[in-house]
Design a protein. Structure first.
Length: 306
């Protein structure tokens, strides 16, 4: 017990040394009029970009599943395979104008398409407005660019996991590689950071969640969590470090419980039902990535730093 208390005390003291962000960097009310206008204009621009990438996500998941070139191939109807024209690919508006049906075969188009496009637009805008690293340094801008790329790639994984209960390596492995670069940029923001700081950030971050999931995967022989979840946790841990990764671990399980428990009580799910866990991890990662500092700061002040 004495050892545990000493470890907790050390963790708290280390936490106090690190500057933490308690709110986003969007100080709209205190900005001059011209800055407000630029902020709104860029937010709207990012919203349209997000919608476009939302449409891209829907197309890419199908191309990966059918083992086609997901970058160069043209979009087509999943049912009649007619190539889609520009008017068929306007995010949200095309779906509404066509009343949710293919222009050529009249087969219903999933409501998931406009939902994905709208969600990505919202995420792009919110990420810009509350970006915790700001845009005053090259690191902050670089990390924001990487974050937008993560949103798109994680969106592909989320949709793919929901539809086919799999997290394809063609997306996960590049995420891990880029995440290791991201970790270096994040660590470079700290004063006096070096190789040892980078190694600690990555190793502890990966161990915080991927280590647990790997143990569960090994013990259950893949019945409790999939190996794709383990690899996705490696990416998340490398990017966020151990504190925010623990937050992701907690949030993902809470979100999963909020979805699974009502299903079990209503008997729509059984203890043997397979529920993809990737979407819960991804939602938790987005929350922790944007609001993790605020949540951790609130928790530490409310329950630890008494």
């Amino acid at each position: 017990m004495a050892t545990l208390a000493k470890a907790i005390s050390l963790a708290v003291s280390e936490y106090k040394k690190v500057p933490h962000i308690t709110a986003g960097n969007f100080y709209y009310e205190s900005c001059p009029g011209s800055i407000k206008l630029m902020t709104i204009a860029f937010a709207v621009f990012l919203g349209f970009i997000g919608m476009a990438f939302g449409s891209f996500i829907d197309a890419v998941t199908w191309r990966i599943h059918t083992k086609r070139n997901f970058i160069n191939d043209r979009s087509e109807c999943e049912h009649c395979h007619h190539k889609l024209g520009p008017l068929d690919l306007i995010p949200i508006m095309s779906w509404l104008a066509l009343r949710g049906k293919c222009r050529y075969c009249k087969h219903p188009i999933s409501k998931m398409s406009p939902i994905i496009e709208a969600t990505m637009a919202i995420l792009f805008v919110v990420s810009y407005l509350v970006w915790p690293f700001g845009f005053e340094t090259w690191q902050g801008m670089a990390l924001f660019g990487l974050w937008l790329a993560y949103l798109v790639m994680l969106g592909i994984l989320l949709v793919y996991d929901l539809r086919w209960m799999l997290l394809p390596d063609v997306i996960v492995i590049p995420l891990i590689a880029v995440g290791l670069v991201d970790a270096g940029i994040r660590v470079s923001l700290a004063t006096g950071a070096g190789i040892s700081t980078y190694a600690t950030h990555v190793v502890l971050g990966v161990f915080a969640m991927a280590g647990v999931y790997w143990a569960l995967y090994t013990f259950s022989k893949g019945k409790w969590v999939g190996y794709g979840d383990v690899k996705l946790a490696v990416f998340m841990g490398a990017v966020l470090g151990w504190q925010k990764t623990l937050l992701v671990f907690m949030l993902a399980n809470v979100l999963g419980l909020l979805v699974v428990l009502p299903g079990l009580l209503s008997r729509k799910l059984t203890p043997k039902s397979h529920v993809p866990f990737g979407p819960f991890m991804i939602a938790a990662f987005v929350i922790a990535g944007l609001f993790g500092d605020m949540l951790i700061d609130w928790y530490m002040r409310a329950f630890v730093l008494i």
